[in-house]
Design a protein around this ligand. Structure first.
Ligand code: 5GP
Length: 184
């Protein structure tokens, strides 16, 4: 944990602890970027950032992907501000890019039940891309209700509600430079 991480922790009474520190995040994001660079040398993939949670991850990841690529954004809602999945997935903002015959990499903050992601993959497949892969920073594999393939995974984490590095609780905590756990 860096000094900054500790400083945030001291100032935020609702935070219980740091699960993944900012330095560790930085190293792993660089590794993921290298993997993607190796796998997509010449096909100009589209990195599809799922808003809002994946914005910080995408921003760091794109700087670590040396291969040429494009980015685009989609927003879906599923949790409606609470901590439980409603199972309802709504497209709030769609892509501007035509992904027909393109290699697509979905960039997610976290895969929990897998419901959101499986819905998205299904939807994007109807647009006949050349390929779809999934890159998620966090994976709560033990919470999976719907089997969904993850190609690039930053960290597997336990079934706890996490915040920071783009992830919120009621729109707060997205700015934290680390992944933390709120007090129960
Ligand atoms: P799933 O459909 O896989 O259950 O949930 C996926 C979405 O739920 C994620 O993209 C994220 O927005 C939200 N989510 C799942 N687990 C967490 C968590 O621990 N913390 C936060 N902040 N959001 C989560």
């Amino acid at each position: 944990m860096t000094y900054d991480d500790q400083d945030y922790l001291r100032r935020l009474p609702h935070l219980d602890r740091v699960l993944i520190g900012s330095a560790e995040l930085g190293l792993r994001v660089r590794e993921l970027g290298n993997e993607i660079s190796r796998d997509y040398r010449s096909s100009l993939p589209v990195l599809v950032c799922i808003l809002k949670g994946a914005y910080m991850f995408l921003s760091d990841l794109t700087r670590c992907v040396a291969a040429d690529h494009e980015i685009d954004f989609m927003a879906v809602s599923s949790y409606e501000g609470g901590t439980q999945s409603t199972g309802v997935v709504k497209i709030e903002k769609d892509l501007r890019t035509n992904i027909t015959d393109r290699d697509v990499i979905i960039v997610e903050d976290i895969v929990d039940s897998g419901l959101t992601l499986s819905h998205l993959v299904e939807l994007l497949h109807t647009r006949t891309p050349r390929s779809i892969r999934v890159c998620t920073l966090l994976d709560k594999a033990a919470a999976r209700q719907k089997d969904v393939r993850v190609d690039y995974r930053g960290f597997e984490i336990p079934k706890e509600f996490v915040v920071g590095y783009g992830l919120d609780y009621e729109e707060k905590y997205r700015n934290l430079p680390f992944i933390g756990v709120l007090r129960p």
